[in-house]
Design a protein around this ligand. Structure first.
Ligand code: C5P
Length: 415
């Protein structure tokens, strides 16, 4: 049964090029068991047709505030009353401004003004419109009033510019919806309620000089998915993330860092935690002494010698943190050969409880990819998991963590 089984989503599609992604969003929501009803603005109808929305949602599409039939059969109040959650995707600069200003100048704005249901907005606009002070102020106002935001992401835009403004991917919006609806679920579905989790994710950047750095290809997808999955099960999650292109998971406190030293400080500053999952690809070495000014390239001169020293091991530090040690510490072992044997040694060496070993050989191609093949290694043995999407790995791990933390201490000792 889908995670959104029986949930009713009112999707408001405004006028932006990202509206085509809303078609995919409807499909994903319905695959998870939700019903979707659409409100399409006039500008939105320039980008997607009512017919496409109607075909995918298998419901009629609402656009006209003054249609006598709509108002008698399904007025704006009823549209909101019938929904568990309102999603504005794409949320253009224009509709955000109308929401912030309390306008009711079309059906979409009127429904948003009249609703008492939670609202999620997935902004999509040109980077300059997103960074404009007017939009920033509108977003701030809406956040204060309780509107939740997912994205926008950084990247190339349809207008040939680059930067924040791309609408989140349908999967990210679905995750945000699940997390918002999860908050209202009964305790049995939230087995990690009252537990505090810490997750590290993404790469670190170690400065060589003010403009250059040492880093790696970690995308942060797996770590971010784990933070979202733990939050979905009710945990209060702190995510400490290196520089990544993926959006902050909704409902998760995300601390952004650059270097391994900063990542360690943020982890140690997270307070008492029950479970730590170290999924970050922390750079093994940093510059012993980063250059304070940009290294000059002089014709004919030798390239500079870079003296490196080891970074702190965050996983080992958390695993060996004495009395305040989390009840469960989980690490990752990305290996290209002798995967399981190396990971078993790594678990012992780092002092963590579980290691998820994943094959990152070029053939497996999991760095930056969508899927992951992992083995769960604990003191009791090795469990092989099938190849799964990264959010499925995250869901499975979160469920295992919930099971483990629910056990009495005596069962833990026997493990
Ligand atoms: O030693 P290696 O990098 O292979 O270990 C991988 C595991 O250790 C991952 O869980 C990673 O997040 C963690 N790690 C860490 N700090 C380091 C190096 C690795 O937390 N400096």
């Amino acid at each position: 049964m889908g995670m959104l089984h029986g949930k009713r989503i009112l999707l408001i599609v405004a006028g932006g090029i990202a509206a085509f992604k809303s078609l995919e969003l409807i499909r994903r929501l319905r695959e998870r068991g939700a019903s979707v009803r659409c409100v399409l603005t006039d500008a939105g109808a320039r980008f997607v047709t009512p017919l496409s929305l109607q075909a995918l949602s298998e419901d009629r599409v609402y656009s006209d505030m003054f249609s006598l039939t709509d108002e008698s059969e399904m007025g704006h109040i009823q549209l909101s009353r019938d929904a568990d959650l309102l999603v504005v995707a794409p949320a253009t600069a224009n509709i955000l401004a109308r929401m912030a200003g309390g306008m009711a100048d079309d059906l979409a704005a009127t429904v948003l003004l009249a609703t008492d249901k939670p609202v999620l907005a997935a902004p999509a606009m040109n980077v300059r419109m997103w960074t404009h002070a007017a939009t920033a102020a509108n977003v701030e106002t809406l956040k204060k009033r309780g509107v939740t935001f997912v994205g926008p992401n950084d990247g190339a835009m349809a207008c040939n510019e680059h930067g924040p403004g791309r609408m989140s991917e349908p999967e990210e919006i679905v995750a945000a919806i699940e997390s918002m609806l999860a908050a209202g679920r009964p305790p049995l579905e939230r087995p990690l309620a009252g537990k505090r989790a810490l997750v590290t994710s993404g790469p670190t950047r170690e400065a060589i000089d003010p403009v250059r750095y040492i880093s790696n290809h970690s995308s942060g997808k797996q770590g971010h998915a784990i933070a979202a999955a733990l939050s979905h099960l009710g945990a209060e999650v702190t995510l400490v993330s290196g520089p990544v292109a993926v959006a902050d998971p909704p409902g998760v406190r995300t601390v952004h860092v650059d270097s391994a030293d900063q990542m360690l400080a943020a982890c140690l500053g997270a307070g008492a935690i029950d479970v730590a999952v170290c999924a970050a690809a922390v750079a093994d070495w940093k510059m012993a002494k980063p250059f304070s000014a940009k290294i000059k390239k002089k014709p004919g001169a030798q390239p500079p010698a870079l003296a490196l020293e080891p970074n702190p091991d965050i996983l080992a530090t958390l695993s060996k943190s004495g009395a305040g040690r989390p009840a469960l510490v989980v690490g990752f072992a990305a290996e290209t050969e002798n995967l399981v044997a190396n990971a078993i040694d790594k678990r012992k060496g780092k002092g963590c409880d579980w290691i998820l070993a994943n094959d990152v050989s070029p053939a497996a191609g999991t760095f930056g990819g969508e899927r992951n093949t992992v083995h769960l290694i604990s003191a009791t043995g090795v469990e092989d998991w099938p190849t799964l999407a990264k959010d499925e790995v995250a869901g499975r791990l979160a469920a295992r963590i919930a099971l483990h933390l629910a056990r009495p201490r005596s069962a833990e000792a026997a493990e």
